[in-house]
Design a protein around this ligand. Structure first.
Ligand SMILES: Cc1cc2nc3c(=O)[nH]c(=O)nc-3n(C[C@H](O)[C@H](O)[C@H](O)COP(=O)(O)O)c2cc1C
Ligand code: SF4
Length: 442
């Protein structure tokens, strides 16, 4: 049976960005049900039962996160919607906002009802001009029709939604960096605890969720937890910590494929199916060499690992950091992994906020060594030095405030482990390539 899209079901429907067209297609049915027939606690229970895990990268269970808010808090409680979408290769949040803004807004309103949030901030990547304008129109229409503002549906539920344009850095997408930026400061991630649920925006309890996560909430309330759980992958019985990977997922496919784009499928589709079937195969009749399975910070899969299922477990089993944003970037057989890694290092060294010495210095040193390789001055022992640096930076070794450093380390660890012979040959050749000037080193 072919999969019927859920999150992308309205894409291509004429004028669905307008409230009346969205409503004609069943829009705001879930919100009406939530506010008129359910208590906030019941909404949280359904979301918990659905097994929905965050789509922003870490895969934290959404309903469980909501229960971390303090009980009977006098308010205000804030809801931050993460639409910064800065992970390289990822563009599904933009599509959701541009194509179906009311679906996103409905999910936000339901989520705020459940968490008793008074204000929601949509932190939107600065460059997303069209998404910004489309979302603002949807918000204005929702206010004009009593779906936002004071006493929504006459149930004493009040909510204001603001669009906040991002400050233009990768780190603004990290949840506490986002909160700092929202408060008008530099997006320097905060040391946790306290976690945002206890002390977040403006030092008040705050939930941060990704746009795709809240879009799923709309459908879970509309069709129920069991329906959501009918898609995806149940927990691995051999892994007691696995919570399962349920529901639909937006997969981005880019790089050396014939048909780059965003497709919706149940969690657990393999990389091979995505590339060969949905991405139209590798371009120019070539073979694939590798891919990034879930945004740049997740690391690499070799072509032999393309049967890895893209659920919350699969990429980890293959040595990657996680599923991440499920954005797959494909490299064909002619691509130099050394060049890919050099660009990766440029990105992370440039984006490190500089607060933690291991991240600031580590990303800078990794870039310097990669630059040396490209200038033909690499040494074989550099590979071990790079591995040592990569193993020493990040939340996982416990040396940094946020996960950017883990995201910088994983591509390095994966590339050297999985493509070591290519690095060794490259170094031995002492190949002279013209490298761009060093950037990003602090
Ligand atoms: C460096 C860095 C960048 C991040 N960028 C984003 C982003 O652009 N969008 C996003 O939703 N989450 C991003 N995250 C993850 C957020 O910190 C957070 O986990 C997420 O917004 C929570 O939402 P979810 O539970 O719905 O996934 C980033 C994390 C790190 C460490
Ligand atoms: S890990 Fe890197 S990006 Fe994150 S807070 Fe530390 S220095 Fe900043």
């Amino acid at each position: 049976m072919t999969f019927q899209p859920v999150l992308l079901a309205n894409v291509g429907i004429r004028d669905v960005q307008k409230l009346d067209v969205y409503k004609d297609r069943g829009g705001y049915r879930a919100l009406t049900k939530a506010v008129q027939e359910m208590t906030p606690e019941q909404v949280i229970e359904v979301v918990k039962d659905s097994g929905l895990r965050g789509r922003g990268g870490a895969g934290f269970p959404c309903g469980v996160k909501w229960t971390f808010l303090p009980k009977n808090h006098p308010g205000p409680i804030y809801f931050c919607v993460n639409a910064d979408e800065s992970e390289p290769g990822t563009f599904n949040n933009r599509i959701l906002m541009e194509e179906d803004p009311h679906q996103v807004l409905e999910g936000i309103i339901i989520s705020c009802y459940a968490t008793r949030a008074w204000k929601a901030y949509i932190y939107i990547r600065y460059e997303f001009g069209r998404a910004f304008r489309t979302m603002q129109k949807a918000i204005d229409e929702a206010y004009a029709n009593g779906l936002l503002g004071h006493n929504i549906f006459g149930h004493g539920f009040n909510l204001d939604v603001y669009l906040h344009r991002g400050a233009g850095a990768y780190i603004c997408g990290e949840e506490t960096g986002l909160i700092e930026s929202l408060e008008g400061k530099r997006a320097w991630p905060r040391i946790k605890p306290p976690f945002p649920a206890v002390e977040g925006a403006f030092r008040k309890p705050t939930v941060v969720n990704n746009i795709e996560t809240v879009a799923c909430v709309t459908h879970i309330i509309d069709r129920g937890a069991a329906w959501f759980k009918s898609m995806g992958v149940p927990p691995d019985p051999k892994n007691p910590r696995d919570l399962g990977s349920y529901g639909p997922k937006l997969y981005c496919i880019s790089g050396h494929v014939n048909k780059p784009g965003c497709v919706e499928l149940p969690l657990g589709v393999t990389v091979r199916e995505l590339v060969d079937h949905h991405g139209g195969g590798v371009w120019k009749g070539r073979k694939a060499k590798a891919c990034i399975p879930g945004g740049l910070s997740m690391g690499f899969l070799t072509e032999k690992e393309f049967d890895t299922p893209l659920d919350f477990n699969g990429p980890v089993k293959a040595g990657c950091l996680g599923l991440g944003t499920a954005a797959v970037i494909v490299f064909d057989e002619s691509t130099s992994i050394v060049d890919v890694l050099y660009n990766t290092c440029r990105f992370f060294a440039h984006e490190s906020c500089g607060q933690c010495t291991p991240c600031r210095e580590g990303t800078g040193w990794m870039l310097k060594i990669m630059d040396r390789f490209r200038r033909g001055k690499g040494r074989l022992e550099d590979l071990d030095i790079l591995m040592e640096v990569a193993n020493s930076i990040g939340i996982i070794p416990g040396t940094t405030i946020c996960g950017l450093a883990d995201g910088a380390a994983w591509p390095m660890k994966n590339a050297i482990t999985k493509f070591r012979s290519e690095f060794e040959e490259y170094i031995k050749r002492g190949q002279k390539l013209e490298a761009p000037a060093l950037v990003g080193a602090h």
